[in-house]
Each structure stands twice: as structure tokens, then as C-alpha cells.
Write a protein of this length. Structure first.
Length: 336
């Protein structure tokens, strides 16, 4: 069985931020000190993009140019994209310069971190034995794409909207059986496991000990130095090869720890809001792009032709810092 496993830490921001700073017209998010997500009206607000767009002659030239321009891609990943990328800087986890990246809110790949070392034994067999709770969440998609959606929104204005994935609450052992079934079926469907890690019934004493022995002293000291909030959320992610999480942004600071397998992560700064055409505020896919990176419609989304990203192929043991409001597109390797 082939898996790609990662551990995700979300940290609150200590100071008030707003995503209005770089944007154009519409509605935006303002983030309070508690991390709450509230709508705001401001002179600088988010552009969700018109329903239709009539390109200027300059836009048409860009569309034609990008339709015929593909950039070299890592052969371990399926996606081949029509925009340039620069490498994300890498620093040693314990170098002072690494802290400067976090303080300035700039992405960085951290090497030689040890705060999560007890998680390196979390194989499929180990997780099956030590995650016995039935309330873990798995999503099933008929394609390789997993597009997040807000269930609470569906109950409101978008009640007739159909989710793109199926959600299941299950034991981890049932998830492993599901993976085997999908591998045998070989019909393009994929499964993705997401679980918050905290004290709960069904998590073994061995795994709780693993979590307790994370080097929180180093982590919380770093959090205080860079002026983040001290609330830390741990999430375990387990997916199949060749899975994509489309470009989206989070309202929390994000430390992404790759444990098994490899993932390609492409980042875009908050300045790229107008190029990524996020779904409208209140839509089930709020905070996510409307653009299909595999087949972008540059007649409908012409400014996507101006985008430029930052990229890394995360290796096991590496940590990626994804700052608040930075767009991130994540793709797991095809094979292991």
C-alpha cells in the first residue's frame, strides 16, 4: 500500500491582519486576534472576478502566449503548469536566519528539524494499531482533486449545491481497507484522511506519548519569538499518491511537516489574489481559487496568465512554513 503522510501545525496570529491590503473590489476577510474569520468592507477589498470577461487585445496576447508555454516539471509529479516558479528558500531549522523568515512572514523550507522526531514511526501499521477512534474523517473523490468545502454554508444559501467529495467518519483500520479497495478498483478515485491530534478516546497511550514528546519547548519558544499566538492545532494527513489539493489560503500560520512520501507545494503571495480568482465570500469553496491549474481557462480568468509562484518538492523530514494568507497548491508524488 502506497501512502503520503504529513503532519500539519496551525498557529494563531498574535496581531490583527486583514487580507484587504493587496486586493481590489468585492468583500474580504478581516482576521481578529482570536483568529475569527469575519467579513469586512473596506476601500481595498477582494475581487472575486466577474462572471464573464471580455479580454483586451493585450489580454488576448497573454492568453495565446500561455496556451503554448509549459514550464519544465518534476517527473515525479503529474502536473505540468503554464506559469513560472522560483525555488522556496531553504534554511537549517536552528539557524537564526530561519527565524527571520518566520518573523517577516516569508515562506521557507526548514531542514534538520527535530521537534517532531517521535512521529517518524507513524507507519500505516502503527496508525492502524494506535488510532482506534471511529470519528476520524476521510474524504473520497472520483478524481485526484480534493476541493475543501464548508458544510455549514451548504445548509444556507447554497443548499442545492453538491459537494465534490464524499465524507466518511471511520476507524483508521477502515480507511486502510478503503485504500486497498480503491487501489484494486483502479478507477481514478482517491481517498484522503484528515484527523486532529488531541487527547481523545481511541488514541493509544503510545501515540499520546509520541505527541507529548514533541519538542514543544522549541516550538512554543519559536512561536513567541515570531509573535504568533500560542494556540497550536495538530492535524494528521494521510493520502494516496497522485492527489491534489487546489490552491487556497489559510487564516492561520502553517508549519507543514512531511513524514512519508513527497509533495510538491506551489506558493503564491497574497499579492496574487487578483490573479487567482477566489470563489465569492460565503461560497462553500471560499478561500479557494476557481482556476483549474491543469487546464486553466485564460479567456475566463485572463489575469491567471500573469501569475508566478514559488515551489518545493518536500522530502520526508522537511518542514515548510506557509505564512498566513499565502496561497498554496499541494500535489503528492505519483509513485513511491
Amino acid at each position: 500500500m502506497l501512502i503520503v503522510l504529513a503532519w500539519l501545525l496551525f498557529c494563531t496570529t498574535a496581531t490583527q491582519k486583514t487580507s484587504c491590503d493587496h486586493l481590489e473590489t468585492g468583500t474580504c476577510h478581516k482576521i481578529s486576534n482570536s483568529g475569527a474569520d469575519k467579513s469586512c468592507q473596506n476601500t481595498y477589498v477582494r475581487s472575486d472576478g466577474p462572471k464573464t470577461h471580455h479580454c483586451s487585445a493585450m489580454d488576448e496576447d497573454k492568453v495565446k502566449q500561455h496556451q503554448h508555454q509549459l514550464y519544465k516539471s518534476d517527473p515525479r509529479f503529474r502536473g505540468v503548469y503554464s506559469f513560472p516558479v522560483d525555488p522556496i528558500p531553504r534554511r537549517n531549522c536552528f539557524d537564526e536566519e530561519a527565524i527571520q523568515f518566520l518573523q517577516e512572514g516569508l515562506p521557507v523550507v526548514l531542514d534538520n528539524c527535530t521537534f517532531y522526531s517521535s512521529a517518524l514511526k507513524w507507519t500505516i501499521d502503527y496508525l492502524t494499531e494506535n488510532l482506534q477512534d471511529e470519528d476520524h474523517t476521510a474524504y473520497i473523490s472520483h478524481t485526484r482533486t480534493f476541493l475543501y468545502y464548508d458544510e455549514d454554508v451548504i445548509k444556507g444559501a447554497y443548499k442545492d449545491w453538491t459537494p465534490p467529495t464524499t465524507k466518511r467518519l471511520l476507524y483508521f483500520s477502515n480507511f486502510t481497507r478503503l485504500l486497498k479497495e480503491l487501489e484494486r478498483a483502479d478507477n481514478g478515485s482517491r481517498a484522503y484522511f484528515q484527523s486532529l491530534l488531541f487527547l481523545q478516546e481511541g488514541v493509544s497511550s503510545s501515540m499520546l506519548e509520541d505527541i507529548d514528546t514533541f519538542n514543544y519547548t522549541w516550538l512554543l519558544d519559536t512561536v513567541r519569538r515570531v509573535n504568533w499566538g500560542e494556540d497550536v492545532t495538530n492535524m494528521l494527513l494521510v493520502g494516496m499518491p497522485d492527489v491534489v489539493t487546489p490552491a487556497h489560503y489559510d487564516i492561520l500560520e502553517n508549519l507543514y511537516v512531511q513524514i512519508f512520501g513527497r509533495k510538491r507545494v506551489i506558493l503564491f503571495s497574497p499579492d496574487h489574489f487578483r490573479y487567482l480568482y477566489p470563489h465569492p465570500i460565503g461560497h462553500p469553496h471560499d478561500r479557494q481559487t476557481q482556476v483549474d491549474f491543469d487546464n486553466p481557462d485564460l479567456n475566463k480568468f485572463p489575469r491567471f496568465g500573469e501569475i508566478r509562484g514559488m515551489e518545493v518538492a518536500l522530502e520526508p523530514g522537511q518542514v515548510l512554513y506557509i505564512p498566513t494568507y499565502w496561497w498554496h497548491y499541494i500535489e503528492s508524488e505519483m509513485y513511491r
